[in-house]
Design a protein around this ligand. Structure first.
Ligand SMILES: Nc1ncnc2c1ncn2[C@@H]1O[C@H](COP(=O)(O)OP(=O)(O)OP(=O)(O)O)[C@@H](O)[C@H]1O
Ligand SMILES: [Mg+2]
Length: 156
């Protein structure tokens, strides 16, 4: 397991860009953490690594919460899912998730704990778990608003 401290959105993106160097087609990345932890920010660092700015839509990405998936066709296809609002198995089947796992894309997903089935057996590449925890206020009351503790684990 690797652990990192971040004190800004830019630092989180930098950590994600470095991590992205490990990723290959068929790999899967689950990103956990509370609302606003920086899961989408971390994803944008991965997209940055594989896409030039124009392809990625001006250097920033949108959170797919309402559409479930955003797709970036860069050096490799990156499909970014957000399952926060996922309710039923048929939504999972219809949103392109299983296609993404089997067609050579890199799949990134937020809120995988909302997936109502054992999807892990469909992952063909490596499986990574990224957890982002929002920092707590220090004893001296220093600002914690932008602090994040990021854990990256490759699950075998
Ligand atoms: N160190 C940091 N790393 C990442 N984001 C940070 C950091 N400090 C502050 N932020 C801010 O926290 C917010 C993170 O938003 P982001 O959409 O990435 O979160 P999220 O985990 O995807 O949330 P959601 O669960 O709603 O999808 C941004 O507004 C970002 O500017
Ligand atoms: Mg998000």
């Amino acid at each position: 397991m690797q652990e990192f401290q971040s004190n800004s959105p830019q630092k989180t993106k930098m950590i994600a860009r470095e991590f992205a160097g490990n990723l290959k087609p068929f790999d899967f990345v689950s990103i956990t953490g509370h609302l606003g932890a920086g899961k989408t920010k971390f994803t944008s660092g991965i997209v940055d690594f594989f896409c030039n700015e124009k392809e990625a839509g001006g250097g920033y990405i949108l959170s797919p919460t309402y559409t479930i998936m955003n797709s970036y066709n860069c050096n490799v296809t990156i499909n970014h899912f957000d399952f926060y609002r996922l309710k039923r198995q048929d939504e999972l089947e219809n949103c392109g998730f299983f296609d993404s796992l089997s067609n050579g894309a890199i799949t990134i997903a937020e809120w995988t704990d909302k997936i109502p089935m054992d999807y892990k057996k469909y992952i063909e590449g490596n499986y990574y778990e990224v957890d982002i925890a929002i920092g707590k206020e220090g004893k001296s009351g220093e600002s914690f608003k932008n602090k994040r503790h990021i854990k990256i684990e490759k699950i075998l």
